[in-house]
Design a protein around this ligand. Sequence first.
Ligand code: FAD
Ligand code: NA7
Length: 461
Amino acid sequence: MSRRIAIIGAGPSGMAQLRAFASAAAQQAEIPEIVCFEKQSDWGGQWNYTWRTGLDEHSEPVHSSMYRHLWSNGPKECLEFADYTFDEHFGRPISSYPPRAVLWDYINGRVHHAELVPGRLLKDAVRFSTAVRQVSSHSERGYLLTSEHLPTGQQSTEHFDAVVVACGHFSYPHIPAFEGIKTFPGPVTHAHDFRGAESLAGKDVLIIGGSYSAEDIGIQAHKLGAASVTFSVRTQPMGFGWPDTLQEWPLVERFTGSTTHFLDGRTRSFDAVVLATGYRHHFPFLAPELRLVTANTLYPDGLYKGVVFEGARDLYFLGMQDQWFTFNMFDAQAWFVRDLILQRAVLPDPQSQRRDIQTWLTRLKSVQSVREDVQFQADYIADLIELTDYPSFDLDTVVETFLAWKQDKKENILTYRDRCYRSVMTGTLAAPHHTPWMEAFDDSVEEYLREDSSPRYSALS
Ligand code: FAD
Ligand code: NA7
């Protein structure tokens, strides 16, 4: 009987897993039966924007945390697939920081017409609008997986030999409490429910958090006319080149009505609060002993090569790391998992797996600079690629691109998206977008790809 493999989630990680199997099939490998479960009605994961917040049309927790006017927050040259380049998809150079819809178009383009096996599209392997409800170990081998087709409520329980968890980890918000916050009279939202900054125009906005979401929601608010944005940062100031109306303050101590008291004794009044306090790795559908327990880190403990669950056989997790690299890292992971499933790669014994994990964890502890942090993830990806036939690429140059991006942001957080970088896959230098990011208010694919105007500024490479 053919082996059966379940993939949970058809975001970039799940799509990478499908693509990995398709790539082996194209080389005449025998592919097990693949079933990918996706609770949304289309693939793309976070990149599949929804206006909904809270619960969706099936009373299911809304997955995506993305918002209107979200443009890539890092150069696309750092996330480019090694086996499907931006040049191949768009047929001409585009800018380094495309909007969400353009990136969705790119990831969709790689797999849209692809076949898993001749005559069967990759997409046919995905059961859309189907949520995985429960996964538990089977008494003999493999897993029992219960899923629910959301439009009909029909549930089914099936046996799978291996399970790949690719459900992402930026969907369940981490919502800390602050003393007195219930007395705050204005809106208090988490970044997960943020859908656009229009309502913040003219407002004094407090954003709690000091990472990607805080930074980007802050500049979105500024772009759409917020009177001021104050970041309340717990550990380390972001230290970007902020305009005058954006400031970094220490952590909030408490709220009394609209007055916020900060740890340094200062107080200030705000109209709205956004909690950009991160997310939880949360796997309600996995039996407790199968759950990965981790914070948002570059190397979650308990995953050999960052993907193989130590606590049970034939259980894999994709994309669970904190992310400098994204799409191409998910690819490297998916290729390795595919090779384990196809028995092209062999798992070492548990002691050797533990030693390997420990080596990475020890190295991570000694990381002292941003450069070392990015290099850590680059080396992790290189280690995976070494084990598979995923096309290798110049990871060290991508590290330099990340560092240049960090520097651009330090200089001016409002203009960094106007810079252009060179692809390590094709050598193509990105083309400046026709409109500076601060003046671009239409993030549609059509407007982005419009060719009838030349750039009104020159971007630096
Ligand atoms: P996801 O994209 O989260 O996809 C997981 C999929 O699993 C979803 O489709 C979901 O519906 C499905 N799923 C979950 N649970 C179940 C279930 N029980 N049953 C069935 N299906 C399920 N990365 C970048 O490279 N550049 C950026 O600019 C960038 N911006 C970001 C902005 C925001 C606001 C966020 C939250 C993330 C951003 N990221 C960015 C990171 C982003 O998470 C990755 O790019 C990528 O989407 C991760 O892919 P994934 O497949 O691992 O997870
Ligand atoms: P991150 O990167 O996990 O960052 C979470 C931030 O929230 C970080 O600055 C934390 O501060 C802060 N945090 C967490 N808990 C608290 C409390 N209790 N008080 C104050 N501050 C707190 O999540 P993001 O949402 O920014 O980014 C996730 C993804 O979304 C990323 O891939 C982006 O591309 C978009 P700390 O540093 O721990 O002190």
